[in-house]
Unconditional design. Structure first.
Length: 684
């Protein structure tokens, strides 16, 4: 079916086209993320045409007031969702069981979302819109855009030229879900897609005799991450308009005489305020609770003034657990077979033993991919007792429980792309509630990026249920359909092609101002005799020293073998890796580079947990040459006083000298390890 929608403009010709536009060089995106919401109401097949409320076109948002017993509520999903995508997620807002939420969304999927927009003069702007489902948009009581057919959520995909009157304008969106996921994007720009400056917004009645701050609180920020906003630029410039973007958090007022002038006292260091727009920006590393005083003054003479006090929390970023305290080594477990009856859990103890000996932080598994709806239409997720026992055994061993999902999942039982995402959406929610995974591993995202995967919709659900849950996307960092909002952990998964990424950490240049760390996925797949244990150990050392999050070896794949004592390649491979790695884990797992200095003989890293420095002398395929004929190794800067240098493991003393911040190690007589000669530098 072709795309169908209708746009209306009373004073300017209608503009009908498709686009995908993020932030431009002229400033951050300014999508509207704060609304007064009325609902939810029953809709179903008739929800689009039938009015849920009499006189729907003339509804006037007024927070706290009721219409037919239903109140207008303040909506901004950034208060409960670690969201960097500008998707207004009505499903999670009305989701039953969400703490602090109104509930009622399970059987109802119609809502009215309203706001008031003040313009200093009459002006033509472009409305960029797309709803997940169907929608109508009214401006000052007149229909300006209709989306009569259910569509996927996509930023700024449908456009209409509209005219804002001078003064306050009333905007109303009727969002009709009809399926599972439910929400929309709303953006006002000029014709070229640039943000419109000088507008004021209020989700509450704007014409009052007083001046009031409407903003009820400030969303949480995260350590050294952009405060809500996101603007990722592709250094290659191939598809910059499709990169993730999110709008800054805007302070809102009502009443008085716009434009408003804002002042904020007590912002944590690193955060900034655009006094004219009322937008907060920047990023802060001041973890903790901060008392903030917000002042606003209008443009009357004499001006009206008011203020409000808030607490702004800067929290540790979710990746800190993985990067500062974690081993950064994970596993994706694959199995044989084509349905759930072929997935074996009978070797859990042996597999978890290998994971523990090798120091894995987390394991995801693929059995989820083959759990579908049953004959009665009910979603069946993670119900096998064997899988639940395996999950619990992982946790008991101190290994974090993650989950893999392929975006092809459920396509064979989905009538269309929307149904495909709805099935995934339902499965994600059920699995999150039942199993509480710490990470999701999304696969095949590039192949279906345009066709069936609404990442913002799925990610919003995950981050609502658990704001600290991380997301790994198996996608290239320059994929044109990469639309993931908050990048969380992004893995560049190249399998046999990852050679082109390995050894280039961090990416240069970085992805614009991308705030997240970018780990690298598995280097080579351990299929049969492709790499032996010594080569794998070199990969583990090298990539964790780069540094990267590493999923290597790719998985502990033991299939349905009758015994682990048989002559089986993966068993022998993992056993050999464990025998070499286990006594050396502290020198490798969780380490970070001592400095940015490049050494052609290997790597110099520090173990944050102990403060010890380790020298890794090895040869690999990205320019580390080992010792060759060299006797002395120079390391700098080493600011602390060096007390000893010793072989690890074993503890045999190695001769050294320290002059200022330069350490020189004498390698004469040091026995060389076939994989990696490791020296522990003890400092005070």
């Amino acid at each position: 079916m072709p795309t169908t929608y209708r746009v209306f403009a009373a004073t300017v010709p209608a503009l009908v086209m498709l686009s995908s536009l993020a932030a431009s060089a002229d400033g951050p995106a300014r999508r509207v993320c704060t609304w007064a919401v009325l609902g939810p109401f029953a809709g179903g097949a008739d929800g689009y045409d039938a009015a849920a409320v009499a006189g729907e076109a003339s509804l006037a948002p007024a927070l706290g007031e009721t219409v037919g017993g239903t109140p207008w509520r303040y909506f901004d999903d950034r208060y409960y969702c670690r969201s960097y995508d500008d998707y207004n997620d009505l499903y999670t807002f009305f989701m039953d069981g969400r703490e602090g939420g109104p509930g009622g969304g399970a059987a109802n999927s119609v809502a009215y979302c309203g706001t008031y927009i003040w313009s200093p003069a009459e002006q033509s702007v472009t409305l960029r819109f797309r709803a997940r489902g169907r929608a109508k948009v009214w401006l000052n009581g007149e229909i300006t855009l209709e989306q009569p057919e259910a569509r996927q959520a996509q930023r700024d995909a449908e456009m209409a030229a509209i005219t804002l009157n001078a003064g306050w304008n009333t905007v109303l969106v009727k969002a009709v879900g009809g399926r599972r996921a439910w929400g929309f994007y709303f953006n006002l720009t000029d014709r070229e897609g640039r943000p419109v400056n000088g507008l004021a917004y209020s989700p509450d009645t704007p014409s009052t005799g007083t001046l009031d701050v409407v903003t009820p609180g400030l969303p949480d920020g995260y350590n050294d991450q952009p405060y809500v906003w996101l603007d990722v630029r592709n250094p290659g410039g191939d598809f910059p308009w499709e990169n993730p973007s999110a709008s800054p958090f805007r302070l809102l007022a009502r009443g008085g005489t716009p434009p408003y002038h804002w002042q904020v006292d007590g912002l944590p260091e690193g955060l900034t305020l655009d006094a004219a727009e009322g937008e907060l920006g920047g990023r802060s590393g001041a973890v903790g609770a901060h008392r903030v005083l917000v002042r606003v003054r209008d443009s009357a003479s004499p001006p009206l003034e008011t203020s409000g006090e808030y607490t702004l929390h800067i929290r540790p970023r979710p990746t800190e657990l993985w990067w500062e305290t974690g081993n950064r080594l994970g596993s994706l477990r694959h199995h044989g077979g084509s349905d759930e009856t072929h997935w074996a859990w009978d070797h859990a103890a042996e597999q978890i033993g290998f994971l523990t000996r090798q120091g894995y932080d987390w394991q995801a598994y693929t059995a989820f991919s083959f759990w579908h709806k049953d004959n009665a239409g009910a979603m069946q997720i993670a119900g096998a007792p064997e899988m639940l026992a395996y999950r619990d055994a992982l946790r008991a061993a101190g290994i974090r429980f993650a989950q893999y999902i392929n975006v092809h999942d459920y396509r064979d039982i989905a009538p269309d792309a929307l149904g495909h995402v709805d099935n995934m959406h339902e499965a994600l929610e059920l699995f999150m509630r039942q199993n509480e995974p710490v990470l999701w591993w999304f696969d095949s995202s590039l192949a279906l990026g345009k066709e069936a995967v609404e990442f913002d919709v799925l990610f919003s659900l995950i981050r609502t249920l658990d704001p600290d849950c991380l997301i790994t996307v198996n996608n290239d960092i320059r994929a044109r359909d990469y639309e993931c909002g908050d990048l969380d952990i992004l893995q560049v998964h190249g399998s046999f092609q990852t050679d082109s990424y390995w050894g280039h950490w961090p990416p240069t240049p970085l992805l614009g101002n991308n705030p997240k760390y970018m780990p690298v996925d598995s280097w080579k797949l351990p299929w049969k005799e492709y790499m032996d244990a010594a080569e794998w150990c070199k990969v583990i050392v090298s990539m964790l020293a780069e540094p990267a999050n590493l999923e290597a070896p790719r998985s502990v794949d033991l299939d349905t073998t009758p015994t682990l004592e048989g002559d089986y390649h993966m068993v022998n491979l993992h056993r050999a890796i464990a025998e070499w790695l286990e006594p050396r884990k502290d020198s490798i797992l969780g380490t970070l580079p001592l400095s940015a200095t490049h050494y052609d003989w290997g790597y110099v890293v520090r173990q944050p947990r102990t403060g010890d420095i380790y020298l890794h002398v090895l040869s690999n395929g990205v320019g580390k040459r080992g010792l060759f004929e060299r006797r002395l190794l120079d390391v700098a800067p080493v600011a602390e006083k060096v007390l000893a240098v010793e072989l690890a493991p074993g503890g045999d003393a190695v001769s050294f000298a320290q002059e200022g911040k330069r350490l020189t190690v004498d390698m004469q007589g040091v026995p060389l390890d076939a994989v990696d000669t490791i020296l522990r530098v003890v400092v005070r």
